[in-house]
Design a protein around this ligand. Structure first.
Ligand code: HBI
Ligand code: FE
Length: 291
């Protein structure tokens, strides 16, 4: 496969997906799409915007984010400004062997999975504009760092994400990426988890969102139903609205063990079944009441 053509092809798709054009500087990226974070280049205004985003989100966490997220976020000391990835990586490596790599933005699936398979989490370096305070389509440094990094301190979740990366590389050879992307979407990005006090959030897309973090737990409109691997892999999702269905795991062990099987026969079976609209419930499915 000609890497150069791949890059051109990737950038064409990226430009189509990006709301403000391609926002990261990919010219300095190496073959793994890794760049230097260049922490010194962030302006005081950007650190101030980060502090506002962080303060708003941190106020919403109690009673909504899972305890593990709240406890791990505290260990990152990231409230005072855009964090230095190397500092966070040192703390993370001691806990679960993960490190962060700075990337200019979305990177090709294959490269993304290779990083995860090697316990490297790609974190976007650029921060949203002030006008995007409440909503942004592409992942920026606030979504990636605030939303995704804290859970990497949990050994079980950290192991799951590495397995997910290995599974992604395999899915690319089996034309199963669409199924795996739905799994990621409804767990790592928008997953809910049970707790003694009721439903809690562990999905990064919700944890970094000002509005969805309450909506997903309390609004009567969306369905909240038990996680089931094949059901999730069949379920379509929308990227620019709140979710119509949230899937609930009992604990991270369930996420790890339920995604252990070889997905090859599952992909083959799912290809013969219709995908499911985001807002539907299957006849036998029980829903969790809003908190
Ligand atoms: N790149 N930087 C970055 N972050 C992501 O979350 C990401 C990506 N590339 C591909 C991708 N996610 C998804 O296509 C996979 O999760 C399926
Ligand atoms: Fe994300």
């Amino acid at each position: 496969m000609n890497a150069a053509v791949d890059r051109a092809d990737f950038f064409k798709t990226l430009a189509e997906k990006s709301t403000h054009g391609i926002r990261g500087d990919y010219s300095l990226a190496d073959d793994h799409y890794v760049i230097n974070q260049d922490w010194g280049a962030y302006t005081p205004e950007q650190h101030a915007l980060w502090r506002r985003l962080y303060a708003r989100q941190a106020r919403l966490l109690p009673g909504r984010a899972c305890d593990l997220f709240i406890d791990s976020l505290a260990r990152l000391n990231a409230a005072d400004g855009i964090p230095q990835f190397e500092v966070a990586s040192d703390a993370l490596a001691k806990a679960t062997g993960w490190r962060l790599v700075a990337v200019p933005g979305l990177i090709p699936d294959q490269v993304f999975f290779e990083h995860l398979a090697n316990r490297r989490f790609p974190v976007t370096v650029w921060l949203r504009q002030p006008a995007e305070f409440d909503y942004i389509v592409e992942p920026d440094v606030f979504h990636d760092f605030f939303g995704h990094v804290p859970l990497l301190f949990d050994p079980v979740f950290a192991d799951h994400l590495q397995e997910y990366g290995k599974g992604g590389l395999k899915a690319l050879t089996l034309d199963g990426l669409a199924f795996l992307a739905r799994l990621y979407w409804y767990t790592v990005e928008f997953g809910l988890i049970q707790s003694e006090q009721g439903l809690r959030v562990y999905g990064a897309g919700i944890l970094s969102s000002g509005g969805e973090i309450d909506y997903c737990l309390t609004h009567p409109a969306p369905h909240r139903t038990a996680f089931d691997l094949e059901r999730v892999m069949r379920t379509l999702y929308k990227i620019d609205t709140y979710q119509e269905t949230y899937f609930v795991i009992r604990n991270f062990h369930q996420l790890f063990t339920d995604t252990q099987p070889d997905f090859t026969p599952i992909y083959a079976r799912l290809k013969t079944l219709p995908s499911l609209p985001a807002g539907m419930l299957l006849p036998d499915e029980v829903t969790f009441p809003p908190n």
